[in-house]
Ligand binder design. Structure first.
Ligand SMILES: [Zn+2]
Length: 476
């Protein structure tokens, strides 16, 4: 058995502990920074495995750094465990039905993500002990990936500065080393305060905060024509004043997400939106408070490390599914709309241009897509992730494991329903193996790290990471 086979065997030997932790986290879905029960599942394993544990880093109660070993290289592994609001869903049921109306749910598979990363850290630590390998492993427990951005606060606190590289993964409906970028984002609250008055008897005495919020949104609507195409600006009403239409609304609060491919492109849009908000306050004689919530940087994929992950994915794929598992997943695949299913053929064709029609049809109709997709380093973006901030500090790589129902998106009820299925577990363990194997590559091959660092410097082109989160903003 070679060292990489041994890593895989270690994860298989301890598989039940990881599965139990992931299922327990699924059962107590917690959002943003309030991940007390979820992180406890990680602590339980990390304490048993003998990691040095620093709890509550970067002003976040439920974050941690678990360390093993000493000296160079220093390899970071990133774990997440936060859930999403309003995504409660009965497990294993192929129809939308919440356990608790309005409750939280693991719609992004972070119960698997965090525990898979943890499995990777445990495996590489065990092998390092068995073979007396030199180096340091640091597993980061990162709350609030979905919104709030724990890693961005950790990056601001300099917690990734001592690393040589960072590795992570994400559950998805396709298996692929991740060569795309992500959007940088600022998240900001705009709160207006006016004066209430009888809306019919004394409207002249009222100053409407709701009017201010509406005027701000109209102003931003006009702004959209004068920003770069790739930017995205969206908002939610946190407070629309009240339910009484006969009152001039004295309060209103908006939550804005301002996104663009690069951090430096977000800042000028943010400044213009602030001016619009100030203008709305001026027009309505209301008071404006701007409350910066959080931010994260765009992701910089590292070619050398992403390639190393791809090579390791070749060794651990495909996910082997039983006939029973395929039948289970098929019931969920049946819920995917035809219009989405139609895109899966094109996706397969794009990835495998030389495949025959029959082969493409087979790939596009698998309830779980177990093919390893080729990857490309691109500037393509979709959502945002705080892995972006880590990628500015150190060379970073991540991969997706296709253990979700093909054609279903993140943040869907299907992801919650299948979040503790045996296929989800297999995907999680595969991710742990891939992370441990890539960590081993870095431990044994100083040239890989050198190459990754040279590429990282090239990508930064003289820039250094500046946290987009102002110094006075705390995680909340
Ligand atoms: Zn996610």
């Amino acid at each position: 058995m070679d060292q990489k086979e041994r890593l895989q065997a270690i994860i298989e030997e301890k598989r039940q502990a990881f599965i139990t932790a992931a299922d327990n986290i699924w059962g107590t879905p917690e959002t943003r920074f309030a991940t007390e029960k979820s992180v406890a599942q990680h602590y339980h394993i990390l304490e048993q495995e003998g990691f040095a544990l620093e709890k509550g880093v970067a002003d976040m109660d439920y974050s941690y750094i678990a360390t093993f070993g000493s000296g160079s290289p220093v390899i970071g592994i990133l774990a997440e465990y936060d859930a999403l609001g309003n995504l409660s869903q009965v497990a294993d049921l192929p129809e939308k039905k919440p356990v608790e109306i309005g409750g939280n749910g693991h719609g992004c598979g972070h119960n698997l993500l965090g525990t898979g990363a943890l499995a990777g850290a445990v495996a590489i630590k065990t092998l390092m002990e068995e073979e007396n390998l030199k180096g340091t492993i640091k597993l980061f427990g990162c709350p609030a990936e979905e919104s709030g951005y724990g890693k961005a606060f950790m990056a601001r606190a300099g917690l990734f500065d001592s690393l040589d590289l960072a590795l992570t993964w994400h559950p998805m409906d396709v298996t692929q080393a991740w060569g795309d970028s992500s959007l940088a984002v600022y998240q900001v609250y705009y709160e207006f305060h006016g004066t209430s008055a009888h809306a019919a008897a004394a409207p002249e005495q009222g100053r409407s905060a709701l009017d201010a919020a509406e005027l701000m949104n109209v102003g931003v609507q006009f702004l959209r024509e004068h920003i770069i195409d790739e930017a995205r600006v969206h908002y939610a009403f946190i407070d629309a004043g009240g339910e009484s239409a006969n009152v001039v609304q004295p309060t209103a609060k908006l939550y804005y997400f301002i996104r663009a491919p690069k951090l430096e492109q977000v800042e000028p849009i943010y400044q213009r939106i602030n001016k619009i908000a100030e203008g709305a306050a001026l027009m309505t004689e209301t008071e404006l408070t701007i409350d910066f919530d959080s931010a994260c940087a765009n992701y910089l994929p590292n070619p050398a490390l992403t390639e190393a992950m791809h090579q390791n994915l070749k060794q651990v794929t495909p996910l082997e599914l039983t006939a029973e598992e395929i039948a289970y997943e098929q019931k969920f695949f049946d819920t995917v709309p035809q219009v989405t299913k139609d895109t899966l053929y094109a996706r397969a064709q794009n990835a495998f241009p030389t495949a025959t029609e029959a082969e493409l049809k087979e790939i596009a109709t698998m309830p779980v897509n177990t093919k390893l997709f080729p990857y490309q380093i691109t500037d393509k973006t979709a959502g945002s992730t705080d892995v972006g901030d880590v990628s500015w500090v150190v060379p970073t790589a991540q991969a997706t494991i296709g253990c979700e129902v093909q054609g279903t998106p993140p943040h869907s009820w299907q992801w919650v329903a299948t979040g503790k299925s045996s296929v989800a577990h297999k995907g999680m363990l595969m991710a742990g193996k891939m992370i441990a194997m890539t960590a081993l590559d870095a431990l044994l091959d100083p040239q890989l790290i050198e190459k990754a660092k040279a590429e990282h410097q090239q990508k930064l082109a003289g820039k250094t990471y500046q946290s987009p989160i102002p110094a006075d903003v705390v995680p909340k």
